[in-house]
Design a protein around this ligand. Structure first.
Ligand SMILES: [Zn+2]
Length: 312
């Protein structure tokens, strides 16, 4: 596997002296769940650089984009229940800004999985909804009425009509993208003036990540970059968005899912999960502030940005 060096993927800084962690992965240990969502952590990661300009933590060097795309296409999927819990959490957060959107027509969800969030968009009265998802397995697991709204593949700005959406969402996917800045700028172009982008990502500066250190599940072979409130804000600012707001996200999941994330051996986790399932409380859901952040930005109604000239 060829490894490729890169500058900071959102600010372009080539200052790579601050090494957060050296590479720790074994390509032979990657199985079909390595690129799956909400998997059991393997505690493997690429060499991680901390950007002194924008505060992003990013993998450098990393495998080629083609290698990673292949991994996602074939990734396994077993997290439909958790996907629906996550979608419910993010749908609740829509109430913070949904009234500011020009209209509830035209919504795109990037990294849509099995389309769980699209179900909530329909409930909120949106029409002309589309989701794009690179993995085949979650699309196959989608509800039959939602599946036709899902497109298989990576997000490519040129696949959509400019200024055709009022809302573009992307949850827990920014970390997986080869070029998050190109994606955010593409989203800007696809939004109608006054439309909003809504991203949710891990917050590497949050207390749980600080306490767990390298044992935090956010340091993972799937994650090509990790954001903080500063770097998430920077990403949207660099892409032309205004009125940027940061939202603290508290996820709700079944207890058995939270247990999978704990820094314990797989044997101990399995035993705990089996025991809780046996006494019928593994499926109980609890909210835990594990350190995710939401970031919302609006495309100005009157465009003055130089980004007017940026095209896909
Ligand atoms: Zn940077």
């Amino acid at each position: 596997m060829d490894m490729i060096s890169r500058p900071c993927p959102i600010c372009g800084s080539s200052e790579t002296r601050k090494i957060f962690a050296e590479a720790n992965f074994d390509i032979d240990r990657l199985d079909s769940f390595a690129f799956a969502s909400r998997k059991t952590p393997e505690y493997m990661h690429y060499r991680l650089i901390e950007c002194p300009v924008c505060d992003l933590l990013y993998a450098n060097p990393l495998p080629s984009e083609d290698f990673l795309t292949e991994g996602y296409g074939d990734a396994s999927y077993d997290s439909s229940i958790e996907a629906h819990y996550a979608a419910a959490t993010y749908a609740d957060l829509l109430s913070r800004f949904i009234s500011l959107l020009p209209e509830r027509s035209g919504a795109l969800d990037i990294g849509a999985g099995d389309g769980a969030f699209l179900e909530y968009l329909l409930r909120h009265g949106f029409d002309q909804i589309v989701g794009v998802e690179p993995s085949r397995a979650p699309i196959a697991a989608a509800r039959t009425d939602i599946r036709p709204l899902l497109r298989e593949g990576n997000f490519r700005c040129e696949d959509y009509v400019s200024e055709s959406f009022n809302l573009v969402t992307c949850f827990q996917t920014l970390e997986h993208l080869y070029d998050p800045l190109a994606m955010a700028r593409g989203v800007y172009q696809l939004l109608k003036p006054g439309g909003a982008v809504f991203f949710v990502c891990h917050n590497r500066r949050a207390l749980p990540a600080q306490l767990l250190g390298r044992k935090s599940p956010i340091y993972d072979i799937e994650h090509l970059q990790l954001f903080s409130p500063s770097s998430a804000h920077f990403l949207l600012e660099q892409s032309g968005f205004s009125n940027i707001m940061l939202i603290n996200v508290v996820n709700r999941y079944p207890i058995r899912y939270w247990l999978r994330l704990l820094p314990l051996s797989s044997g101990v986790k399995s035993l705990l999960i089996t025991t809780l399932d046996r006494i019928r409380i593994g499926g109980w859901s609890i909210s835990v502030p594990v350190g995710n952040i939401g970031v919302v930005g609006f495309k100005p109604k009157t465009e003055l940005s130089f980004l007017n000239r940026v095209r896909c």
